[in-house]
Write a protein that binds this ligand. Structure first.
Ligand code: SF4
Length: 315
C-alpha cells in the first residue's frame, strides 16, 4: 500500500544551518508516527518541509506516492487539500479578523468543495466533531480560550478530509489542564477518520499516548525509528535512552529507582555539527571511532538505529 508520506533523503539548509540533513521516513496510510527530539533537532523544520511551507534543499517528499518537493507553490496549492498542518500556537495561526465559521470553511472555499449552504453545514458538523458548540461559529479567535482555539485549528485542518495531518507541538502552548483533552481529541479523531499523522513533539508522554511508531531526531538526523512499545521498553540508541531516562514516569517507586542518564552540554550548533556520530560530544558511551565514522541508520532487532554499538558489535 502506498504510504501517506514518504520522505527520502531530505535535506534542508538555511544558509550555513544544516537543519535537516538526509532524513528518510515513512508514515503509512492511517498510521501515527511520533517525531521527537530536543529543540534544535530539526523536527519542526522537517514538518514544514513535508507540508511545503518552506522549500526543500534536496530529497523527496512523497504524499500518497507523488513527490511534491520540487513542485512550484502554485502547483502544490490544489494538492493541499490532502495534507495539512496544525501548529503549536493557535493564536498566531488563526486569522484574527475572521470568524470561526469563516476560518473553518476556508479550505472548503479554496478547494471549491460544496455549495455555500453545504459548507455551512459541514462547518457545524466539524465544530461538533472537535467538541465545540454551534454558537462558537460566530466568534473571533480572541474570544476563545487556548484549548478552544486549538480545537478550531483542528477543525480547519480536517474539514476537507486530508489523508495526512502534520501536528507540530499541538499541545505545547496550552495549559497543562487542557493538554490532555486536546491530545485525547486528536487521538479520537485519528481513530474515527483514519488520517495518517506525523506528530512532532518534545513530549515523550504525548508520543507514547498517540503514536504507533516513533522516530527520534538529533541535530538534523534520525537516530532511531521503532515501534512504540519497543522504543519505550528497550530503546537502543544512547540518545533515546537519555531522553527516556529524563522523562517523568507516573509510578513514584519506579521514578526513584531508575537511573537517570544526564547529557552534558546543550545540543551543538547545526552550523558546524560534530564529525562522525553527531551525538558523540554528549554520548556517555562514545568510543574513539564515533568521532570519525558516521553511523548509518540500520536494522537492529526490528528497529532502525544509527549507533556503532547498537548491536553489541566490536568497538
Ligand atoms: Fe554514542 Fe558512538 Fe553510538 Fe554515537 S555511535 S550514539 S557516539 S556510541
Amino acid at each position: 500500500m502506498t504510504p501517506a508520506l514518504e520522505v527520502v533523503d531530505l535535506v534542508k539548509h538555511f544558509g550555513p544551518v544544516r537543519a535537516v540533513d538526509g532524513v528518510s521516513l515513512r508514515v503509512g496510510s492511517g498510521e501515527v508516527v511520533g517525531l521527537v527530539g530536543e529543540s534544535g533537532s530539526g523536527k519542526s523544520t522537517l514538518g514544514r518541509c513535508v507540508t511545503r511551507l518552506v522549500p526543500v534543499t534536496s530529497g523527496e517528499v512523497r504524499i500518497n506516492g507523488r513527490d511534491i518537493a520540487r513542485l512550484s507553490r502554485r502547483a502544490v496549492r490544489p494538492l493541499r487539500r490532502d495534507f495539512t498542518i496544525v501548529f503549536q500556537d493557535p493564536a498566531s495561526s488563526l486569522n484574527p479578523r475572521m470568524t470561526v465559521a469563516e476560518i473553518v470553511a476556508e479550505p472548503l472555499r479554496l478547494h471549491r468543495i460544496g455549495t455555500p449552504s453545504e459548507r455551512r453545514e459541514r462547518v457545524l458538523d466539524q465544530l461538533d466533531q472537535v467538541g465545540l458548540r454551534p454558537e462558537v461559529a460566530r466568534r473571533y479567535p480572541h474570544e476563545l480560550s487556548g484549548g478552544q482555539r486549538q480545537r478550531v485549528s483542528l477543525a480547519r485542518a480536517l474539514v476537507a478530509s486530508p489523508s495526512l495531518l502534520v501536528a507540530d507541538e499541538p499541545t505545547s502552548a496550552l495549559d497543562v489542564s487542557v493538554q490532555a483533552s486536546v491530545l485525547n481529541l486528536i487521538s479520537r479523531l485519528q481513530a474515527e477518520l483514519g488520517f495518517a499523522c506525523l506528530f512532532i513533539t518534545h513530549d515523550l508522554a504525548a508520543v507514547e499516548f498517540v503514536a504507533q511508531r516513533v522516530a527520534v531526531m538529533y541535530l538534523g538526523k534520525l537516530v532511531e525509528v521503532a515501534e512504540r512499545e519497543q522504543l519505550f521498553r528497550a530503546p537502543l540508541h544512547p540518545y533515546t535512552q537519555a531522553l527516556l531516562s529524563a522523562a517523568p514516569i507516573p509510578d513514584p517507586v519506579a521514578q526513584r529507582n531508575r537511573q537517570r542518564i544526564v547529557l552534558s552540554g546543550d545540543i551543538p550548533s547545526p552550523v558546524d555539527p560534530p564529525s562522525g556520530c553527531r551525538f558523540h560530544t554528549r554520548c556517555p558511551v562514545a568510543v574513539p571511532r564515533c568521532s570519525v565514522e558516521v553511523p548509518p541508520l540500520r536494522q537492529v532487532a526490528g528497529s532502525l538505529v544509527a549507533c556503532h554499538l547498537a548491536d553489541g558489535s566490536p568497538q
